[in-house]
Ligand binder design. Structure first.
Ligand code: ADP
Length: 261
């Protein structure tokens, strides 16, 4: 469970990115965070795994006070809270399998990481993760030979190999075409349901968020202005979240036509 209690985030330059956030996310939920660009979505996600420090309130993940974690404990914590980025964060010139095996690097002695020697069990686990996202046949290809969607699946497999309880995804489909986006979103939905992994995803495409996520958190200027079922989001809710920028909402919806269905 992820628990926000009066969470605030003020960046050193004075920007108040999150204000009085109070909510909890249960195990197994699929949550999409939506809002205008600059609303605080990315900050929200990055505070959960301590990529950013909160500056007020308390944030707990499975009873762990995230703000109190230090050094090794942060690394251990991040194994349970996987992160997926828009840019995939892969090593392009090496194989898919090696990119997934990186998930085990923190467990191995330093010399093993250097020489790239992983145990048989780790290899098996990495191959299983690739199978879970349907790209086992690509294991020995180089990452730069794959399409964008396949690369995002490699990133997803790398995260799965860590056996996370939670996956945070920061705009995971932002650089993918509509057809590929749909496939990747289906992977997320399947992983969420089959493996009971909590997913918290930042997403620009409103209709995609409504189609795949169960719960929507709408953030506007650092505040939660909607928190409820995706099926309950109507025109009024969208106006509330995107108010002041109907143009951006129309844009976010217009480009979505091809992403759903
Ligand atoms: P979103 O993901 O919704 O686009 P962000 O969480 O990235 O929004 O940003 C929220 C606000 O915080 C914005 O005003 C942004 O300019 C600001 N911000 C984000 N990162 C930093 C940073 N490292 N330093 C200062 N301000 C930041």
């Amino acid at each position: 469970m992820i628990e926000f209690n009066n969470v605030e985030k003020v960046y050193p330059n004075g920007t108040e990115a999150l204000k009085e956030i109070n909510l909890h996310i249960d195990k197994g939920e699929f949550v999409a965070i939506i809002g205008l660009s600059g609303a605080g979505k990315s900050t929200f996600i990055r505070c959960i795994n301590r990529m950013h420090d909160i500056t007020g309130g308390k944030l707990h993940v499975d009873e762990i006070n995230v703000g109190a974690l230090k050094g090794k404990a942060i690394r251990k914590f991040r194994r349970k809270v996987g992160m997926i980025f828009q840019s995939f964060n892969l090593v392009n010139r090496t194989t898919v399998l090696k990119n997934v095996l990186v998930a085990f690097a923190p467990d191995n002695p330093f010399w093993r990481t250097l020489t790239g020697i992983y145990t048989k069990a780790q290899k098996r686990q990495a191959l299983e993760a690739l199978d879970q996202v349907g790209i086992l046949d690509k294991a020995y290809m180089r990452v730069n030979q794959l399409s964008g969607g396949q690369q995002q699946r490699v990133a997803l497999a790398r995260t799965l190999a860590q056996e996370p309880d939670i996956i945070l995804a920061d705009e995971p489909i932002a650089s993918l075409d509509p057809v590929t986006s749909k496939r990747v979103m289906k992977d997320f939905a399947r992983i969420n349901k089959e493996l009971d992994i909590t997913i918290v995803m930042n997403i620009h495409h409103v209709e995609v968020a409504l189609e795949y996520a169960d719960r929507i958190i709408g953030i506007r200027a650092g505040k939660v202005v909607y928190d409820g079922k995706a099926s309950m989001v109507d025109e009024g809710v969208l106006k509330l979240i995107y108010e002041g920028d109907v143009e951006e909402l129309n844009f976010a919806r217009e480009e979505n036509k091809d992403y759903v269905g």
